[in-house]
Ligand binder design. Structure first.
Ligand code: GDP
Length: 310
């Protein structure tokens, strides 16, 4: 029996939906969330951590629920002027959102690290869960397209994931180190939940941080994942394109195969029920459920289903 907390591995929007559901049924204090920082980017001279911000705003209940990112009821006045100065105005930073980026950048200048900064931002917003950047070192994901290498955020937002993906690079990942307490959390957490996030550029990046994957593989029996792929397609985002680029089958079976060494349990969508035996052949316990979180009720139901599994 582990200690009284859950460890969650999270990307951005897909993860935030599930975390919102989980936070409805357990105290935020019992959640420790390792968040992908592989799509962090510097724009307008500001340090931006897209996934950390999505999860932070979600837990603080200030997120724009329609879009899944940014502050609700935000305005874009500053960005409309920034666009005159920079050609990076494709990044949608609202006025309130920019305040987070300014504060974070200021703290970086004062030599605080990403973990300390995240803690201050969370405290300020009254968040009780512990948000842990996957590492303090900078890691940036680059995508090779026929036009050359571009930052993942540029591929995702400016080019709307349209270019062909020829290669993926996680710049800085070899120097990335997890905080020491992450390994204690992996050992002692009651359950470890792998959110339905992009398996390559969100969860994959976290797994790329030295020794995280190995530590998870030692506690396989308490690792629970949720497939981000339903009926062979992503709910949102480029996971399918990126999986194809790495030679993986674009299906919940492909995701299970990618996670096979550390995944004990996998929740796939009811619509994929016929694939359950293929996942069990990989030595992973498989469960079918309605995993499409279209509203709060669905988020809570999925969270409850996961929490109830032995
Ligand atoms: P991003 O960084 O904002 O793109 O977000 P994530 O990395 O957290 O997640 C993107 C992945 O989440 C995509 O592969 C989606 O298919 C998946 N996803 C988003 N919403 C849902 C949902 O409601 N259910 C499931 N099963 N997957 C989802």
């Amino acid at each position: 029996m582990g200690e009284d907390y859950y460890l969650i591995l999270a990307g951005g929007i897909g993860a935030a939906k599930l975390i919102e559901g989980i936070a409805e049924i357990v105290d935020q204090e019992s959640l420790k969330i390792i968040v992908n920082t592989g799509d962090d980017i510097e724009l307008f001279g500001l340090k931006i951590c897209p996934d950390l911000d999505i999860i932070t705003y979600t837990l603080a209940d200030v997120v724009d629920k329609e879009k899944g990112w940014g502050y609700q009821r935000d305005t874009f006045n500053c960005l409309s002027v920034l666009k005159n100065y920079y050609n990076t105005g494709w990044f949608n930073a609202g006025d309130k959102d920019l305040a987070t980026h300014i504060y974070r950048t200021d703290l970086f200048k004062k030599r605080l690290n990403k973990t300390q900064i995240t803690k201050l931002i969370c405290n300020n917003l009254g968040i009780k869960a512990e948000l842990i950047p996957m590492c303090n070192e900078p890691v940036e994901t680059y995508i090779k397209t026929p036009e050359g290498w571009i930052h993942f955020e540029e591929f995702f937002i400016k080019y709307q994931c349209k270019p062909e993906v020829l290669n993926i690079e996680f710049r800085g990942i070899n120097d990335a180190r997890a905080l020491e307490q992450v390994f204690t959390y992996i050992k002692k957490a009651k359950k470890i939940i792998i959110c339905p996030s992009n398996p390559i550029v969100s969860i994959g990046t976290i797994l790329g941080v030295k020794d995280i994957r190995k530590a998870l593989s030692k506690v396989k029996n308490k690792v629970y994942g949720i497939s981000p792929i339903i009926e062979g397609v992503t709910v949102k985002g480029p996971a399918d394109k990126l999986m194809k680029c790495l030679g993986l089958e674009v299906s919940c079976v492909g995701v299970a195969g990618f996670y096979q060494d550390f995944l004990g349990h996998f929740i796939i969508d009811n619509k994929d029920h016929m694939l359950k035996p293929k996942i069990e052949e990989l030595g992973i316990k498989c469960y079918c459920y309605d995993t499409l979180m279209i509203n709060l009720k669905k988020k809570v139901e999925l969270a409850q289903f996961i929490m109830n599994l032995d």
